[in-house]
Design a protein around this ligand. Structure first.
Ligand code: UDP
Length: 332
């Protein structure tokens, strides 16, 4: 059997491709390389086919579905920067929400009936209680979260109309890199905490700026739930099995269920790297909730998912190993 991976050259998509190739599956990747990296695609593997194009190009999707045996689409292809989405909301509703419409139209026309979707904790907005449950209210505080929530709603109605079943996976903070350091996190415009912290011991930055030291948390800095990218990839494999077993559409949180503050993350990075990391407390970043921690009990119970990277130091260590080996990301 085969899957289509939209956005398979991106951070999470490439880790998923690496994991699914351990199974006997054919993998077709479509990626417009707007943020993905050609170097992260395992071109040498004969079971991998790559199309460089945008999912909003129906001719390419139709060609992919007619030329390849695909039963499930794994959809990672989206813009994912909260700040950018506030500045340029139409980009997010066009690429993310519009991209989903194009993809589902082609799936309907080609009779492809299963999709697994990269959703986000940003659909919840400011949480009412911690840990966050899938049944909690969705009140996104930025266009990125809104665009992903719209995509979930579109899939719900499309399932009802055409029987295209979906699993939506709401990621908390994706982190780390593959254990063999062959692929990792490399964004042209880096906004994520762990790679930015690690730039200091790598000698690429003088200090890390903490966005806000006056939150209502024990040390005043924001708390997040960091989940290893290989554990995220594994949840997608379990979601494929779930849909192939004929189960109904559903939504699952993916996190470790444990929160770490920004200061705790910096201390953990100091332990991993063995270096002191200079820290400056700066202003709050607009739209950052104080705490985001997942309940992933539903994914554990229903999908049989069990994250293996439960130690924050181990998660940071995989990121550190990747950055030490690839200080310029895929450029090196
Ligand atoms: N953060 C920070 N300094 C940075 C980047 C991020 O203090 O240079 C904080 C950010 O405010 C948030 C946490 O680190 O509380 C995680 O941010 P990130 O952008 O990695 O992920 P997000 O939670 O926005 O998805």
């Amino acid at each position: 059997m085969g899957v289509l991976v939209c956005g398979g050259a991106g951070y999470i998509g490439s880790h998923f491709v690496k994991e699914i190739l351990k199974r006997d599956e054919d993998v077709v990747i479509i990626d417009n390389l707007s943020t993905g990296h050609l170097e992260s695609i395992p071109h040498q593997n004969p079971r991998v086919k790559f199309y460089e194009d945008d999912i909003r190009n129906p001719a390419t999707l139709d060609e992919i579905f007619s030329a390849n045996k695909i039963d499930t689409v794994i959809h990672f292809a989206a813009d994912a920067l909260v700040g950018e989405s506030v500045e340029n909301p139409l980009k997010y509703f066009d690429n993310n929400t519009g991209g989903m419409i194009s993809l589902l139209e082609s799936m309907r026309d080609s009779n492809v009936k299963q999709i697994i979707f990269s959703s986000t904790a940003a659909t919840y907005g400011e949480p009412k209680s911690i840990p966050i449950l899938e049944t909690d209210p969705n009140e996104p505080t930025n266009p990125y979260g809104e665009s992903k929530l719209m995509m979930e709603k579109i899939m719900k109605w499309v399932d009802q109309a055409y029987g295209i079943r979906f699993v939506s996976l709401r990621y908390f903070n994706a982190a780390g890199a593959s254990e063999d350091s062959s692929i990792g996190e490399a964004h042209l415009c880096e906004t994520h905490l762990i790679p930015l912290i690690l730039r200091v011991p790598l000698g690429q930055s003088d200090h890390i700026t903490v966005f806000g030291g006056d939150y209502d948390t024990p040390d005043g800095t924001c708390i997040r739930d960091y989940i290893h990218v290989t554990d995220l990839a594994d949840a997608h494999l379990k979601a494929i099995d779930y849909l192939r077993a004929g189960k109904s559409s559903d939504i699952f949180n993916l996190g470790n269920g444990q929160g770490f503050s920004v200061k705790e993350m910096i201390s953990a990075a100091e332990k991993v790297t063995g270096q002191k990391i200079k820290t400056v407390i700066g202003d709050r970043r607009p739209g950052d909730p104080a705490r985001l921690v997942a309940s992933s009990e539903k994914a554990k119970k229903i999908l049989g998912w069990n994250p293996k990277f439960t130690s924050i130091e181990k998660i940071i260590e995989t990121a550190w190993n990747w950055h030490v080996k690839n200080p310029k990301g895929y450029e090196s």
